[in-house]
Design a protein around this ligand. Structure first.
Ligand SMILES: [Zn+2]
Length: 435
């Protein structure tokens, strides 16, 4: 098991920076998620960007962060904020993010705490750390400059999910843009990221070497499949991530097939409430409001039973690792008219992956064969290979740093850039100095 042992695991160098900027990845350099990166320059100004964990079994944590007064949190996904309560509990760090990221963080942290208890994995922070982290937020609007030490910073919209931000950092020597998780394409709930001119661009590489199918066509394929299942008398079970994917699916269905009876269950319902309270982050917020009135929210056990005779159920967890999706699947699995529509990537070791590869998955501890039709749709909110490439060119940096990707993905996107901008492929625990 990968345990987090504070005081022994930090890999942060103790010598000062001579020139330019030093990037030191605690996690998320040569891997997807699990992000944490310390930036420092010769003025001694230092900050951390994101501090997440990988919700694998057992979970993985970035290495220990050195004392830090300020952290930028790009968005509220657990692989970017999961360890922030530890930071605040140990270093009294101020967390900088958008208002929506701060609003959603409590739910994400409480869910992580709950899951770690259920699964019996130790978490390096406790409920007291969580409580102080809730008071550690300093929120900023997109485009609004603020100062940390000798640096000026401002957030820009990153696409990906509502409230997700890129951070532009102006040091006395250079301008750096940290893209976070990003997408330049519009999705149902958020507009795409726009280029920001910079000297150094740090950009995710999740989909390096892979192109997404045309988004409009993929959405149409999804809706057509739902209609097919409903017309043969089945229920479409759509497992989807609570923060982003659930709401995208519901808006797609509301726009294209409002006659369907669609139920919405799980943590995504509570997250949507925060989105509704922060409409400035939502693409066409009226559409979200209409969808919200239309979708049948599950609030009780009897609501759940009613949903079993409806058309569509959209719920967590997106990778069938627990949550209401498993409860529904356990009841729907006996009627072959029903089907499961997966809406994204299914990680190695997840229930969804096991369903795709072996036609079975754990239900309440028992490996259970599933005879239902299973389809998978690519509705990712990360930029694909071409989007990444054009985005880098549009920002016009001298250096481009590819992080948040596996080896093949980083090599594939890096191969597009041989001279200007100069590509870097940082490794966790090895400092990278750029000027
Ligand atoms: Zn994310």
């Amino acid at each position: 098991m990968v345990l987090y042992s504070p005081g022994r695991t930090t890999s942060y160098p103790d010598h000062p920076v001579k020139e330019g900027i030093r990037l030191h990845f605690l996690g998320g350099g040569n891997e997807v998620g699990n992000v944490g990166c310390v930036l420092e320059d010769k003025t001694g100004t230092r900050l951390l960007i994101d501090y997440g964990l990988a919700p694998t079994r057992p979970p993985k944590y970035p290495s220990e962060c050195p004392p830090i007064d300020h952290a930028i949190i790009t968005h509220s996904h657990i692989d970017h904020i999961g360890m922030a309560p530890w930071l605040v509990g140990h270093h009294q760090t101020t967390l900088h993010g958008t208002e929506l990221t701060a609003a959603v963080s409590e739910m994400m942290w409480r869910d992580t705490y709950k899951v770690s208890n259920i699964e019996g994995y130790p978490l390096p922070w406790d409920l007291r750390d969580l409580d102080v982290a809730l008071d550690a937020w300093q929120t900023h609007n997109f485009g609004e400059w603020f100062d940390i030490g000798e640096w000026r910073l401002r957030f820009h919209r990153a696409g990906h999910i509502p409230g997700a931000a890129m951070i532009e950092i102006e040091t006395p020597e250079l301008r750096l843009l940290w893209g976070g998780d990003m997408d330049t394409r519009n999705s149902p709930n958020v507009g795409g990221a726009k280029p920001v001119s910079c000297d150094i661009l740090c950009i995710e590489s999740t989909y390096g070497g892979r192109e997404h199918p045309n988004r409009v066509e993929e959405e149409a394929r999804f809706v057509a499949r739902v209609k097919e299942i409903v017309s043969r008398g089945g229920v479409a079970l759509v497992p989807a991530f609570a923060s982003g994917r659930c709401q995208d699916i519901l808006r797609i269905l509301h726009d294209a097939a409002p006659h369907l009876e669609v139920h919405f269950d799980g943590m995504g319902t509570r997250i949507t409430q925060h989105w509704m309270n922060n409409p400035q982050y939502i693409h066409e917020p009226n559409g979200l409001e209409k969808m919200w009135r239309w979708a049948r929210k599950i609030r009780s056990k009897s609501d759940r039973k009613k949903a079993l005779n409806s058309d569509v159920i959209v719920t967590t967890s997106g990778m069938l690792d627990g949550g209401p999706a498993i409860w529904y699947l356990n009841r729907l699995r006996h009627d072959p008219a029903n089907a499961i529509l997966l809406t994204g990537y299914q990680a190695e070791g997840s229930g969804g992956r096991s369903l795709l590869d072996n036609r079975k998955l754990p239900i309440f501890g028992n490996i259970t064969p599933i005879e239902l039709d299973v389809d998978q749709f690519q509705l990712s909110n990360h930029a694909g290979h071409s989007e990444l490439e054009s985005y880098v060119r549009a920002c016009g940096p001298r250096h481009v740093v590819f992080f948040h990707g596996d080896v093949e993905a980083r090599q594939a996107i890096g191969a597009e850039f041989t001279q200007e901008p100069k590509p870097s492929f940082p490794l966790n625990g090895t400092p990278l100095e750029l000027k």
